[in-house]
Write a protein that binds this ligand. Sequence first.
Ligand code: VGL
Ligand code: ZN
Length: 199
Amino acid sequence: MKSALIVIDVQNDFCPGGALAVGAGDVIVPGINALMEKTDAVVLTQDWHPAGHSSFASSHEGHDPYAVIQMPYGAQVLWPDHCIQGSTGAAFHADLNTDRADMIIRKGYNPAIDSYSAFFENDHQTPTGLEGYLRTRGIKALTMVGLATDFCVNFSALDAAKLGFDVTVHMDLCRAIDLDGSLVAAVEGMKAAGVTLTS
Ligand code: VGL
Ligand code: ZN
C-alpha cells in the first residue's frame, strides 16, 4: 500500500519564540526528517493566514487570545496573530528537510474561515485539494506528525479517516497546545475514529 508522511505546520510561529509557540515544538524536527526516508511521498502543510484573519483575537474587539466565539461555521478559538503570509513566523522551521517534500499545501488563506485540517476548511466542506492529490497518486496510508496534536493534527487525522485513508498519528513526533483538556479530547476522538496512535 502506497504511503505518505503528512507533516503538519512545523513552522516558526509554533516553535519556541514563535507567536503561538507549542511547548518544545522544535524537538520533533530530527525525528520527522528521519521518517521522511521511510515513505513513498512527503507532504508538508503550512498555516498561511492573511493579516487580519478572522481567527485572530486582534480582529475581534474586546476579545483576548484563547477566547472562544461562535462563527457561522461553529465554535472558533481566537488565536494570537500567527503564520502571516510571507512572514518569518510562517516559514518552516529551519532544520525541517523541506527538500524532501513532494507537495506543500497551504491552508487558512480564506480570511473568513479558519482551516485546521489539511483536507477541509473549518466549515468541514471547502476542500484544500489534498484528497485529490493523494488519490491520484494512489496513496492510501497516511502517517501524520507535527503541530499541534490537538488542533491541526487532530482535525487532519479525523478528516483523513472519514475519507477512508488508513491513518496513523506518530504521537511522539507531535506536540500539543492543550487548552482546557483539548489534548485528551483529541486522543479520544482520534481513537474513536479508528486512527492508530503510535509512539
Ligand atoms: C494551529 C491554531 C491555529 C495548528 C493553526 O497548526 O494546530 N493551531 N492555527
Ligand atoms: Zn492558524
